[in-house]
Design a protein around this ligand. Structure first.
Ligand SMILES: Cc1cc2nc3c(=O)[nH]c(=O)nc-3n(C[C@H](O)[C@H](O)[C@H](O)COP(=O)(O)OP(=O)(O)OC[C@H]3O[C@@H](n4cnc5c(N)ncnc54)[C@H](O)[C@@H]3O)c2cc1C
Ligand code: SF4
Ligand code: SF4
Ligand code: SF4
Length: 359
């Protein structure tokens, strides 16, 4: 046996194994795609999988850190939210809503899920050179969705509307950078925005020319497509894949298909909710430059929370925003309802272990 003095000074990385054991195998993965964004060893199948030996077995130990970069950027692993707020946001701390510069509601001319604000922000940011591409969720087969790097107004308009399924948005950041893009906008749910910030912090901090604008969507929960599809057929007699529009409003899941609308209570779909969503306490995308949702504003409008100078600049570039009243209490009520739903018994993901919110 070697004396202790001969052990390597650099601790060997756990590689992909840590992510697999603590997140993926436990059903905590949100399918954001961050772990696969820069690492060619990881491929996104039903869950992220290692396709060949993680190179950390042999080299790159320092570069990938003790747990592996894939672990560090995952939105469900330990996260220092305060540090990320300080690094990316700039406004007053609101105990309920996170960092806020401005809370408003209204609508834009673009057709969208609610007030069309996200689509208008993307169109305006692209037109005014605030970014040269955006990562958005395009409708795939059925009501599935896939992440795409869009560079034209047509693609942005085509991808408007909410897809209530997990889309690995963050996987596209690496691809966009490899393609030579430097100013990127990304739209995502709160977990995807958190992953984006962790990825920026872990990998892109020193690369000043890479500029990311993060547009967050409010999110109460998300669904497993196959389970949801089965449940919708069972409850409403509709093939989800043939739907024209899906919306969640006032506690109801509404599907428009063949010009007709049918709905059921969202609570009736609980069995199709992704497991990871039962361990999530972020309703308003607290780490986004600008967050957008429907709760807190009248039908056909969007609630907007601006959280950084970048968010301000993007919002101010809008030419057709029409303001309406915003209901702050409604947002807070929904955010606390989401926190109350968190499963506290049994094993919880690392992000919640240290969270004061669980105490
Ligand atoms: C899974 C999910 C759950 C949500 N739950 C709530 C909720 O409980 N309460 C609430 O107030 N709001 C919720 N939202 C947000 C809401 O549905 C609207 O997206 C938001 O109000 C913006 O409306 P808009 O008209 O400005 O968007 P639009 O102008 O229609 O633009 C929407 C943009 O979102 C992108 N997008 C669509 N689906 C996804 C996805 N799955 N992942 C990443 N990007 C996507 C599209 O590419 C498009 O660019 C949820 C969104 C998602 C994706
Ligand atoms: S990110 Fe690093 S630790 Fe993770 S699989 Fe890739 S090489 Fe291995
Ligand atoms: S980084 Fe995203 S895709 Fe990868 S394990 Fe974590 S949640 Fe899943
Ligand atoms: S509820 Fe949380 S974990 Fe689930 S999709 Fe929304 S932000 Fe992600």
């Amino acid at each position: 046996m070697l004396p202790e003095i001969f052990f390597p000074l650099v601790k060997r990385s756990e590689g992909f194994d840590a992510l697999k054991r603590r997140i993926i195998d436990k059903g905590f993965c949100t399918y954001c795609g961050a772990c696969a964004s820069f690492c060619e060893h990881i491929v996104l199948k039903e869950t992220p999988e290692l396709v060949e030996d993680c190179s950390l077995e042999y080299e790159d130990v320092i570069k990938c850190g003790e747990n592996g970069i894939c672990y560090d950027v995952c939105p469900m692993t330990e996260t220092n939210e305060k540090e990320l707020e300080e690094a990316f946001l700039d406004g007053k701390k609101d105990a309920e809503l996170g960092i806020v510069r401005k809370l408003i509601a209204g609508s834009c001319g673009a057709q969208g899920q609610d007030g069309g604000v996200v689509t208008s922000l993307l169109l305006s940011g692209l037109k005014n050179g605030l970014f040269d591409c955006c990562i958005i969720a395009a409708r795939g087969s059925g009501f599935r969705a896939e992440p795409v790097i869009a560079e034209s107004a047509e693609e942005i308009k085509e991808a408007s509307g909410t897809k209530y399924v997990a889309v690995p948005m963050v996987s596209k950041i690496g691809e966009a950078i490899k393609e030579g893009k430097r100013k990127i906008a990304i739209v995502g749910t709160p977990c995807e925005i958190r992953a984006t910030r962790k990825l920026q912090q872990a990998m892109l901090k020193e690369v000043e020319e890479i500029d990311i604008v993060a547009i967050g969507l409010f999110c109460f929960e998300n669904f497993d497509y196959d389970l949801l599809s089965e449940k919708i057929t069972e409850l409403l007699g509709i093939e989800l894949g043939e739907a024209e529009k899906v919306q969640i409003s006032k506690g109801r899941y509404i599907v428009r298909s063949n010009g007709k609308e049918k709905s059921c209570k969202v609570t009736a779909l609980e069995a199709a909710v992704r497991n990871n969503c039962f361990y999530c306490d972020d309703f308003t995308a607290r780490l986004a430059d600008i967050s957008v949702g429907s709760v807190g504003s009248p039908d056909g409008s969007s609630t907007v929370i601006i959280r950084s100078k970048k968010g301000d600049e993007l919002f101010n570039s809008l030419e057709d925003f029409v303001t309406t009243d915003v209901n702050r209490e409604e947002i807070i009520r929904t955010a606390s309802l989401k926190r109350e739903k968190i499963r506290r018994e049994g094993e919880v993901p690392p992000i919640l272990i240290k969270s004061v919110r669980l105490k």
